[in-house]
Design a protein around this ligand. Structure first.
Ligand SMILES: [Zn+2]
Length: 554
């Protein structure tokens, strides 16, 4: 991207930046594809809000107000998706024949504006808004039509020859899934009540009303989803499960469908398993450099066991998938047994637990051991039988990864002791434990920095110095919540010789924890503090970890 000096001059003139700020950005500009303006924004030397205000006061541009400035899909035709991305422009509406209202993040880029004028052949009225909002709008409204057609039906499992529902219902279902995926929803709930049919999305763990539907479309919608999921469309009184696969922006989305008859009609929950979400890199998971090298050391062992601990929904399986993804499936036989298989990985044999046929973790694991495996992932250690087989596998030449539902790394060890695993087996098998929790990430666009109060400092065990913390505010990008997305906080415990000896003699929680800390364990509180001071999350979000972690271990 060519540098646009005009906006930089405006910022200089208003003393929002200095010439040395610009100079300091240069190395990063040269390293990355970003412009100076991008770097200034990314490094928070100026905020999006300041930029908008400057463009408004100095440049005379109006600021985009989603409440007031309505969008009209017809305007999308003026630019292709590629043109919109390239120029970071979003065509909003067309107030009359001659005029086109567009959104831009940097409207002072005259060359770009002229080129947009040529492409659209209209007089342009520019409203300014954040770059992120423009990108989100483009993502949301420019479909590549992949879901509009019948692709989803063709991919479903079986059930051909059903009467196909009206095209409008097909489009409605596709749109719902597409909107859910584009907004990062993990689940879509479709619910019938006497006066309304509501659709809610679970985003970042919280359910939000997404839209209300016309009651007349409901039955068609239910039937369409049943067909897609391979369910019995004539059955209305029993719960049913199903699954289908669809595409979004070239990636596979697995949809798991659950139908439950309620007194007002069938309630449908669609769980969206988006491969993009699973393939977060280790960098995105928030491991520190030190933790990453500890994990690498643990994974280097030819056999043994690595556990990921944490409550439900703490991203444990994502972490294990990322670790598996770092292995070479060509030279190693990697087998997983999961309930459910959350993400399909290339070149890895994945087995789905099926209680109905008697294929549970224990029986599956026994069968896997006869398949000459190198690395085995067991979805979860829930019972003594599974724990024991997994641990025996780990001491007989296999590397075993699994998750366990405990609150921290040391508690996982004592939980396994409680499961009557012989201590000599446990101490020999265990290589390491990751304990992980997900907490809300502050919205980077609106978070506010301020000095920590005395109470806050006491919670953080800081007495003799001032520290800055970050606080939620709320803006259009985060739906006014002040938070967007989540981050993981973790501790990585590597089982050292001293810890192994303590396990072998059956030491209790407190003793093992004391030894682990002496051996260099950085507890999860440290990981949280790092994120607090980096401004990734707020103290109120991390409070539970700070206050409960020390007292809670069973
Ligand atoms: Zn925000």
């Amino acid at each position: 991207m060519r540098e646009n000096m005009l906006v930089l001059e405006m910022l200089l003139k208003n003393q929002l930046i200095t010439r040395s700020d610009i100079m300091e950005c240069i190395p990063e500009v040269e390293r990355s594809e970003n412009s100076i303006l991008d770097v200034l924004l990314n490094n928070r030397i100026i905020s999006q809000e300041q930029l908008k205000q400057i463009l408004h006061h100095e440049g005379g541009f109006d600021i985009y107000d989603p409440q007031k400035d309505k969008m009209d899909k017809k305007a999308l035709q003026f630019f292709s998706k590629e043109q919109a991305w390239e120029n970071l422009v979003f065509p909003l509406n067309q107030p009359d024949e001659e005029k086109l209202v567009i959104l831009m993040a940097d409207p002072t880029h005259e060359e770009m504006v002229r080129s947009l004028q040529r492409i659209s052949n209209k007089r342009l009225k520019i409203l300014v808004t954040e770059k992120d909002s423009i990108q989100e709008l483009i993502q949301k409204h420019y479909h590549d039509n992949s879901l509009e057609n019948e692709k989803a039906t063709e991919k479903k499992s079986g059930q051909k020859g059903e009467a196909s529902p009206e095209p409008s219902i097909i489009t409605l279902v596709n749109q719902l899934i597409e909107e859910g995926v584009s907004q990062g929803a993990s689940d879509i709930h479709i619910e019938a009540f006497p006066k309304k049919i509501q659709v809610r999305f679970r985003i970042d763990g919280i359910l939000r009303l997404a839209k209300l539907l016309d009651r007349r479309t409901f039955q068609g919608l239910v039937s369409r989803l049943k067909i897609l999921g391979g369910c019995d469309i004539a059955e209305h009184r029993l719960p049913q499960d199903g699954a289908f696969t669809t595409d979004y922006e070239g990636r596979q989305i697995d949809v798991r469908l659950s139908i439950m008859p309620t007194i007002h009609g069938e309630k449908i929950v669609l769980r969206l398993l988006d491969e993009k979400k699973f393939f977060v890199s280790m960098a995105d998971l928030g491991f520190s450099t030190e933790q990453k090298s500890l994990l690498a050391e643990i994974m280097e062992a030819p056999h043994g066991m690595l556990l990921a601990a944490g409550p439900t929904g703490s991203g444990k399986s994502t972490t294990l998938y990322s670790l598996l993804n770092g292995l070479d499936p060509q030279t190693q036989n990697i087998i997983t047994i999961e309930d459910p298989v959350e993400y399909q990985m290339a070149d890895i044999n994945q087995i789905q637990v099926n209680e109905k046929t008697g294929l549970n973790f224990a029986t599956g694991l026994r069968a896997i051991l006869r398949q000459d495996p190198n690395v085995i992932m067991v979805g979860e250690i829930r019972d003594e039988e599974t724990a024991e087989i997994a641990i025996r596998a780990a001491i007989t030449g296999h590397f075993v990864l699994s998750t366990i539902h405990t609150n921290n790394a040391i508690a996982s060890i004592t939980r396994l002791m409680d499961m009557k695993i012989p201590l000599y087996l446990l101490s020999t098998a265990l290589r390491g434990v990751i304990s992980q929790k997900l907490i809300k990430r502050l919205c980077p666009n609106c978070k506010r920095k301020a000095l920590a109060t005395e109470t806050e400092k006491r919670l953080l065990n800081i007495t003799n110095r001032d520290v800055d913390l970050f606080y939620p505010v709320g803006c259009s990008l985060c739906h006014g919540t002040g938070y967007r997305g989540r981050i993981a906080v973790q501790e990585v415990l590597k089982i050292t010789r001293k810890i192994r000896e303590a396990i072998a003699k059956g030491a209790g929680y407190d003793e093992i924890r004391k030894i682990a800390l002496e051996e260099g364990l950085k507890p999860i509180e440290d990981s949280l503090k790092r994120h607090l001071f980096l401004g990734n999350t707020s103290l109120s979000e991390g409070l539970e970890i700070l206050t409960f972690e020390n007292d809670w271990h069973h």
